[in-house]
Design a protein around this ligand. Sequence first.
Ligand SMILES: Cc1ncc(COP(=O)(O)O)c(C=O)c1O
Length: 382
Amino acid sequence: MRFAPRMSSIQLSGIRKMFEMAGEGAVHLGLGEPDFNPPQEAIDAVCRAMREGKNSYQSTFGIKPLREAVAERLRRYWNEITWERVVITQSGSEALFSAIFSVVGEGDEVLLPDPGFVLYAPQVTLSGGRPVFYHLKKENSFRPDLGEMETLITDRTKAIVLNYPNNPTGGVIDEAVAEEIVDLARRHGLFIISDEVYDRIIYSRQHVSFLGRYERTILVNSFSKTLAMTGWRLGYMAGEKEIMERVALAHYHVLACPSTPLQYGALAAMEGEDDFVEMMMERFRRRREMVIEGLKRIPGFSLHPPGGAFYAFPSVNLVKDGKRLSSEEVAMELLKGGVITVPGSAFGEAGEGFLRLSFATSEDLLEEGLKRISSVVEELDR
Ligand SMILES: Cc1ncc(COP(=O)(O)O)c(C=O)c1O
């Protein structure tokens, strides 16, 4: 069988590999999803919509009341946002694909974070483009180095993908860095594709959005994380109207329109979003502290405390039989000890030497997971 050559350059992500190898009773610190159910009103609203016959195709751009609710939500970042500048998608992942596929042409280069979320590079490759990586370093609090970014820009560079709060590092940025990035993008005429799916999962400061800061921004967001509905597959894009009309074309030819009843569910959930987020954040704050304190006590682990999202991304220096273990080997040792984590290398070359631990799991499991990590490390000679 002969498949398209472009398919030979992409694979399933390294995160999946770890799950498939896990034994029964393993503590999952691998999953990037909240361990909560979506708000009950949302579930009721989906069922009601189905019963009321809201089961047909709707607008490619999403149902108007949901676009209005999203615009209202985004007004905290950009006062001028209106519902016409919002496109509802079938997940953040689909929004990313539609944005990248619309912007990136054959041979175009796109600046991507390394380490970074696993879908960016394959989506650029599938669009005919070439990923070029900028590095997020722990000593720079996982913020981009603007000097490095500038040196990576060529006349083929088309866009920069940004992701703050960041997966996998938990890094966040401030206003000054955002302005510097915008200045760079403007000077070189680049698109900014800003993946802000963790915008409300932030610990120490207000989220800094790229929306409304620069006219060539495509904001990508999702209902998955803030409303604990990862399996519903709903997200959105926002930006200038002309840009949205263009990216919605790609979105249309991929899926025609997002799921109708689920959009009614998301709409109902958005009314109580603030309370729901506060409930989750209270738990995430507690768990974040547990991980920070827990890892401090484990030799060989060094953590820059996450400013956002629900991931800890410690550097790990462990030795076995006189040899330093790679991050994949560390993850394998931990797996044998009954804890699922994700090796930093699953997120790019610069992730080597790190491990991603998700603390979107119950306090009990987190405590057990940390205990098991500690026992595995004790058994190793450092
Ligand atoms: C940084 C980032 N962007 C986008 C997504 C995609 O989210 P979804 O497709 O569930 O909306 C994720 C999910 O893990 C993520 O971590």
